[in-house]
Structures are given as structure tokens and as C-alpha cells.
Design a protein around this ligand. Structure first.
Ligand code: KG4
Ligand code: ZN
Length: 335
């Protein structure tokens, strides 16, 4: 069985083919970072137009490079939400149409479900049940994963997502977009002792997050400080330490509350090396383990969509001929 996965929810056009016997057998991606850089963030209309420009050439590239023929494809999976509606509609329209033309099933995939399943593509995948820390540009959630399709939301951000906080802080420091990688790089040369930023909502029970206060605290600190590059590095360091500590404290709490010792971290922010070190340390102390997708599958990609699609199609799921995109979509209630 070969499943084509299509990801267009934000600023990456990703296509991949998953085959249960051989794993990911083809994977291509086009990132729109250069396109949006000048604007300091993703411009939705430009994103949609670029997905339209790229998607068919990328499909041709996949077939040319891998030797897979369109008649080999047994199903098409596309990201149907959550995300930017215009961007989602490109993948949904193309995915649904290809499935119709090839007379194979199409499945609409939840982007965050695909993120949390991405570590299953690795050589040593976690066993079910596990906890998942989903940290992306739009989401910060802790989910209890009983098995594929059975998800319980244990906590989430009440305002900004962790990735969003990285992106906004980077903008305040004039570091451009996307903020995550640049802030963490800068934080490496920052002095941890110069500023102390709050660890929001860690002093009260519960597993929810809030990052908007931290963002404001960072903004005020920047305004009250000098423009010295070392000062910026010190601020970046304190910001990263605060986010990483907060995420780690909540994950530890979730592991203690549920007794589950396997933790998956997925979504763009899970590429963060400081977070990986901290989660590794914490899970080790609890006698548990943390699992990640490989680096290239932490951020958006078609491979995770193809894999999630395979699981759905294997269960006999398929969309009707009509298709839709869901900019907001609650993963725990979508079955
Ligand atoms: O999962 P993703 O590629 O797209 C969404 O589904 O949102 O996540 C993108 C987010 C951005 O906010 C980006 O700044 C953040 O992930 N990110 C990082 C790192 N790499 C990407 N944040 C912290 N450290 C990183 N190394
Ligand atoms: Zn994502």
C-alpha cells in the first residue's frame, strides 16, 4: 500500500509517500520562509498562492525522483486543518481531486494528529499509551494518546502558543522570521543569570499554559535595556530558559499524574535543542523516555500526513467527494 500525503496548512508545501513495508519512500518540501521573511511573518494570501504554484511541480518531482508511478498510489491524505484556510484549501482541493482522478480513497487529516504520530516513523517508536507535548506555531498542548484516534486533551495554552512566543520575541529583537531557530541560537551565547523571566502558571495546579504574559515581560525588558548585542543574547537566553522550564514542569506534572512514562514531543518547537536537553533530563529522572520525530519531521512536512493517512485508510476511512477545510478543529472530538 502506498499513500500520498499532502501538507499545505501554513508556509510549507510538503508531499511524501508512505509505504508500510518500507516507511517513507519519497519526501519533498518547499519552504516559503524567503517569501514571508520581508513581512516578518506569514502572509496568508501569499502562502495560498505559493502553494498553488508549487504543489503540482512537487508532485511531478516526487514521481520522477522515486520512480513511483501514479497508478501505484492507493490513497491520498491531505491536511484539512487546523491552519490558514486558503492554504488548507489548496491541499484539500488538489488531494481530493487526485484521489477522484485515480479512483482511490481520500482522507482529511488533522495537522496536530499528524505531528504527534510523526515519531512513529522512527526506528524506535514509542509504545502506546504515551503523552504528547505538541508545540508548534499555533498550538501548545499536552495530549494523552491511548492509541491512534483516541486522544484526551490534558492541557493547552490559554493564549499564545510556544512557537508564537518565539516568533514574536524574535520580531521584538529584530531577528526576523521564523523566530524559534534564531532565538535559540542567540540564547546559546546568552548569560542565564542576568535576567529572570517568569514561568507562567507553574505555581498553580493544572496542565494549561499561558505565554502572553511572558511575551509582555520580554517586551518590557527589551524596552528598558540597552541595544547591546550581548544584552539581546542575555534576554534571548532568559526567554528560552523560561519557555523550556515551563514546558518541562508541565510535562513532568502530566507524567506524574497519569503514571505514563513515555513522552512524545512534536511540532516545530520540539526541534529546539534546549527543550530536548531539558525534557531528556526530566524524563530520565522519572525513569521514562522522550521520543521525537527526526529533525526534518519536527516542522511541517508531507511525511507525517502520509503516515497518518495510512492509519486512517487502513481503518477504512474515506471522505465523500465533497471536501472542506477546517481552520479551527478540535482533534479530541473529530472521530
Ligand atoms: O510545526 P510547525 O512547523 O508549524 C506549525 O504547525 O505551526 O512549527 C513552527 C513553529 C514556529 O513558531 C517556529 O518559530 C518554531 O516552530 N520553531 C522553533 C524551532 N524551530 C521551529 N522554536 C524553537 N526552537 C527551534 N529550533
Ligand atoms: Zn505544524
Amino acid at each position: 500500500m502506498k499513500i500520498l500525503g499532502i501538507e499545505t496548512s501554513c508556509d510549507e508545501t510538503g508531499l511524501a509517500v508512505f509505504d508500510p513495508n518500507n516507511g517513507i519512500i519519497a519526501n519533498v518540501i518547499h519552504s516559503q520562509v524567503d517569501l514571508h521573511q520581508a513581512y516578518g511573518g506569514v502572509v496568508p494570501e501569499l502562502a495560498s498562492r505559493d502553494h498553488i504554484r508549487r504543489i503540482v511541480p512537487l508532485l511531478k518531482q516526487i514521481f520522477n525522483e522515486s520512480g513511483i508511478h501514479q497508478s501505484d498510489i492507493d490513497g491520498v491524505a491531505y491536511t484539512a486543518g487546523p491552519g490558514l484556510v486558503g492554504a488548507l484549501l489548496v491541499g484539500a482541493a488538489v488531494g481530493r481531486s487526485l484521489a477522484y482522478a485515480w479512483n482511490v480513497p481520500a482522507v482529511a487529516i488533522h495537522h496536530m494528529e499528524a505531528h504527534l504520530l510523526a515519531p512513529m516513523l522512527e526506528d524506535e517508536p514509542p509504545q502506546y499509551p504515551f503523552l504528547a507535548l505538541l508545540v508548534s506555531g499555533g498550538h501548545t498542548q499536552i495530549i494523552k494518546v491511548e492509541r491512534p484516534g483516541q486522544y484526551e486533551l490534558l492541557g493547552e495554552s490559554l493564549d499564545d502558543a510556544a512557537g508564537e512566543a518565539f516568533d514574536k520575541t524574535a520580531k521584538l529583537l529584530g531577528l526576523g522570521y521564523p523566530g524559534g531557530p534564531v532565538i535559540s541560537k542567540l540564547a546559546e551565547i546568552g548569560n542565564p543569570g542576568r535576567f529572570y523571566f517568569p514561568r507562567p502558571m507553574t505555581d498553580r495546579p493544572g496542565l494549561d499554559f499561558s505565554f502572553s504574559g511572558l511575551k509582555t515581560h520580554t517586551m518590557l525588558t527589551i524596552q528598558q535595556s540597552d541595544d547591546d548585542p550581548q544584552t539581546h543574547a542575555d534576554i534571548a537566553r532568559s526567554f528560552v530558559d523560561a519557555v523550556v522550564d515551563t514546558l518541562t514542569i508541565k510535562c513532568r506534572r502530566a507524567m506524574e499524574q497519569t503514571g505514563i512514562r513515555s513522552l512524545v514531543a512534536a511540532g516545530g518547537v520540539s526541534a529546539n535543542l534546549q527543550l530536548r536537553e531539558s525534557l531528556g533530563h526530566m524524563t530520565g529522572k522519572l525513569g521514562g523516555k522522550v521520543y521525537y520525530p527526526r529533525m526534518e519531521f519536527c516542522t511541517d512536512n508531507g511525511a507525517m500526513i502520509a503516515y497518518a493517512g495510512y492509519l486512517h485508510i487502513k481503518e477504512g476511512r474515506s471522505e465523500p467527494l465533497s471536501f472542506a477545510a477546517y481552520p479551527r478543529w478540535d482533534m479530541t472530538s473529530y472521530k
